[in-house]
Structures are given as C-alpha cells and as structure tokens.
Design a protein around this ligand. Structure first.
Ligand code: TNX
Length: 509
C-alpha cells in the first residue's frame, strides 16, 4: 500500500487509499451510465490519451466481451457534491448527485497516467465531499474583455478543480460588458474600450445565457456583478446624467503619474488602472430606476440565486450617501427575487438588507474597519465569502519580478496561496463562513493565456483550501506541492498555460 497523499490528487480527497497496481486504459474499457459526466469523461480521456472509451447508457451494455467497465451512478444517500470512487479491475463512481458524479469523474481523470506500459488509471479507494459549499473564482472581464469561448475555457479549467461558483465582474470604470435592453447605450457607447487602450467587447443576452448554461453543465453557478456606486465611470460615458464628475484622490493622482496614465475625464472612456474616482448620483431617483432595470434584466437571465452589486472603493462618495445607496440597492436585489452579494465595505451601512452576503477582500490581518464591516453582514443575518487579498488574490505577482500582476496586497507565491485558513481571519462564527472565492482582476492580463499564468497553479491551492478537510492526512504544503506537480500533464493536455513556479516539482507525465 502507498501513502494516500502520494496519489496525484488536487484538491486532496476527504479520504483516500491508494491500492497497488494499475487498470489499463484501452478502447475496450466501457463507460456505463447516462449522466452527462459519462460523455464528459470519454471526451476528456480522448483529449488526454487519444483513446476513445466506448459508452453504453444502461447496464445491459456491460456484457458482450467487454473486459472492464466504468460505472457511473447516483446514490442519494451520498453527500451533496460528494462521491465514492473505486478503481480496481473496474471503476465505479457513485455520486450523491450529478455534481458528485462530475467531481468523481474529475478525480478519476487525475488518476489517468501514462507509464512505460501505456495509459492506465492508478488504483484507489476514495470517499470524498467538500468542506465548504462555496468554492468560487472571479474573472474580471472589464479591465480586459474575454469572449464566450475564453470564458468557457476558464470554466473548464476551474470546474476541473471542483470550483462551483463563477463570479463575473461585468462593469467597471473601463467598460460595461452586458447587454441591457432598457439602457441600450451602455453597450453601444461604453463597451468598446478596455484598459491600456485594448479593444473591449460585451456579452449579448444570448452570449451570457450560453455562458450560464455551459457553467451549469460543469456545476458552476454564475454570479453576475454590476459594480456600484463606485467603479461606474463607464456608465457615465453612456448616460452622463447618472454619474458624478470624477473625484481625484491622492493615490489616483500619484499612481497615474507613476504609470504614465491620464486622469479620468467625465464622459470620456477611462483606460487607466486608477480606482475610487467615480460614483453614480445617489440623490437622483433616476439612478434607482437604472439600478432596478439592470438588476431585473440580470435576474431574468440568471438562474442562480445571487446578484453582486459591488460596493468596493467608492472613495469619492460621502459615507452617508454611500450608506443610503447600498441600503436601497441591496433591498432592490431582494425585491427582484435574488440574494445580494457585496464587497465588505457595504457592511459599513447599518441598514443593509437582511441576508445580504458579504465578500471580504481585506488581509489575513484585517486593517482599519474591514473586520467590523464584514461582521455586520453576519449581524444582519447574512454570511461571508472569503477573498482574503494577501493570500487568495490571483492577480498578485508570484515574485517581485513576475511580468504580470499587481503587488498592492502582497507578493503571493504558491506556498503563501496555500497556507491560510478561511475561518481564522475574522472574529465571526465558523458557520458564517460560506467558503472562499479567488478573484482574478485583469488590469495586467491582456489575453486568456496571461490570465491562466496568474490563475494556475494558485487556483489549485485555493481549491484545496476550499474543498479538503482541514485535518485530512496529507493536507499540508509538502504533500500538496508533490500532488500539484502531478497536474502538469493534465494542464498541458488541456492547453492550460500554467506558470511553472519553481517551488513545485513538475512531472513530465
Ligand atoms: C481592488 S478588491 C479592487 C479592484 C482592482 C483590484 C486589483 C476590490 C473589491 N477592488 O477594483 O481591480 O484591487 O488588485
């Protein structure tokens, strides 16, 4: 018997036993089951090995000279999203639900290896279920735009690590990225630009629905974000009457000078990286008509329960105005039938709608009023998502000299991304922590390949923080780096442009 954590699995399963030996993979191996995960397995094995497994949708297909089978079936007594996986002379995946089958299938794909005798699955006995129900990633499509196919590829690579929420940051100072029929100038006038003068873009409603459906097939819930009341310069390019004139702050002026970027000008596209200068007009009723229309149209095309209303870095908005605005905006989201999610600053407002979910983006040692603001969501009957910036932000540099990314929160190498505990940051009950989300802000990433270099491998560290039991045997850095190294051939086969960080012993096959 081999040690459990020497199996090449990330995130580490709740319980796993490696069994000696291998199960050869050939086109004589038959997949049995009518779950979508069966077809997804066959396609993934073919992409990786060139071998196309046969398929039958019912167990009658098991006989007729087939040596071995891979059976996928649901057993509702297994935990939600959980699964059991046995690889012996045959393979059995028993999921608690379709998501569980999908995750069992992803684990099986990590056991697929090529050795001197050819392709085989490593033998194992695994029982698994997630620690946190919330395991999210965020993609900022505003500072740079990523089209539908690129978002699909991002969904493929992150859902394979058992992430189950995709937060899309759809509006910011640099561009508006989603069709809204009642306010057509948003996409007509405010979507064509992006940071650094790069081309923008937007999703039509059909594009967005296509993304949502693709994510659902991979068990990811899409959370759309419209960032308010700050980060709204682009809205003013389309509808100047909704937005205040830019308010320059010292760090905006200093940063813009350092980067050689012009300051924002009302009504003109803003292409720099500055934050905190824009605000919608809080005392105009028209603003709330706008918010309601946008939330309503987003809610109509979003089957998931959440709408994110932003709330970060409204540095130019007076506090009383900010409070008034977020209290009304969180209420509007509930009135339109969804649960509001907001960045932690929104917790400064006393009367945010009860049940609003907060997203903490402060540091592992909270600064200023961040911890209090986050705790207020819990006092109001809500809960928290941890996006702790100095460990979980995917847009920070790995090393001082890494060509992509920013540095304001921390330099985050893979070990730092791995070694943190989501329940130890804030002074709130553990049950108030829904889980984590790892955001990728796209100021510096102009292509999906650049996004992937920042996201992988650190997203794998966040996946393990979110999925694996804190005290499981092998849930430690030395084990993780070995297991992570074994993902290299999978990522190469899927065309994922990961950063080969030198902390990790990457394997060839
Ligand atoms: C802060 S953290 C932001 C974003 C930037 C990011 C860059 C947060 C909620 N807002 O506007 O893109 O830093 O790291």
């Amino acid at each position: 018997m081999v040690l459990p954590h020497s199996m090449p699995l990330v995130p580490l399963p709740a319980s796993s036993i490696a069994v000696d030996g291998r199960l050869p993979v050939s086109d004589g191996l038959r997949v049995i089951g009518d779950s979508p995960a069966a077809a997804q397995l066959i396609d993934a094995v073919a992409r990786r090995s060139g071998i196309r497994l046969s398929h039958s949708t019912d167990s009658d297909g098991a006989g007729d000279g087939v040596a071995s089978t891979i059976v996928l079936r649901i057993d509702p007594t297994t935990a939600p999203e959980g699964y059991g996986l046995t690889v012996g002379d045959s393979v059995e995946i028993v999921g608690g639900d379709e998501a569980g089958l999908f995750y069992g299938m992803q684990t099986l794909l990590q056991l697929l290896r090529e050795d001197d005798e050819g392709w085989a699955f490593l033998r194992a006995e695994i029982t698994d279920a997630p620690r946190f129900a919330r395991r999210g990633v965020m993609l900022d499509v505003t500072r740079h735009f990523f089209d539908v196919d690129e978002v699909k590829k991002f969904i493929d690579s992150t859902s394979a690590l058992k992430f189950n929420h995709l937060h899309l940051h759809l509006s910011d100072d640099q561009g508006w990225r989603i069709q809204i029929d009642s306010w057509p100038k948003l996409t007509e006038l405010a979507s064509s630009t992006a940071s650094l003068g790069d081309p923008g873009g937007f999703y039509t409603k059909d594009d967005y629905r296509e993304i949502v459906a693709y994510a659902a097939e991979r068990h990811m819930v899409v959370i759309p974000e419209i960032d308010l009341p700050g980060h709204t310069h682009a809205i003013g390019v389309a509808y100047p009457e909704l937005v205040e004139d830019p308010v320059m702050n010292d760090s905006l002026i200093a940063e813009s000078a350092r980067l050689g970027q012009p300051l924002p000008v009302a009504g003109e596209p803003y292409l720099g990286w500055g934050v905190g200068h824009s605000s919608v007009r809080i005392h105009e009723e028209r603003t709330y008509e706008f918010v309601r229309d946008v939330v309503r149209e987003l809610a109509e095309m979003t089957p998931g329960p959440y709408i994110h209303i932003g709330g970060d870095e409204s540095l130019g908005t007076p506090q009383a105005d900010f409070d008034l605005f977020v209290e009304r905006a969180t209420a509007i989201v509930f009135e339109e039938g969804k649960i509001p999610v907001a960045w932690h600053e929104v917790g400064a407002a006393k009367d945010i709608a009860e049940g609003t979910i907060g997203q903490y983006w402060g540091k592992t040692t909270p600064e200023g009023s961040h911890a209090e603001e986050a705790a207020h969501f819990v006092e109001r009957g809500g809960a928290l998502i941890m996006s702790t910036a100095d460990v979980a932000y995917l847009d920070m540099k790995y090393t001082e000299d890494f060509p992509l990314g920013l540095t304001w929160a921390a330099i985050i190498d893979v070990r730092r991304a791995y070694e943190w505990e989501p329940t130890a940051v804030l002074d709130v009950p553990e049950s108030a922590i829904l889980g984590i989300e790892a955001p990728l802000w796209s100021e510096t990433t102009r292509t999906l390949s650049e996004v992937e270099q920042l996201v992988f491998p650190r997203a794998a560290a966040q996946a393990e923080v979110a999925w694996s039991p804190h005290d499981a045997d092998g849930r430690d850095w030395e084990s993780f780096r070995e297991r992570l190294g074994a993902l290299a051939p999978l990522w190469k086969a899927e065309g994922v442009d990961f950063h080969p960080a030198d902390e990790i012993p990457w394997s060839e096959r």
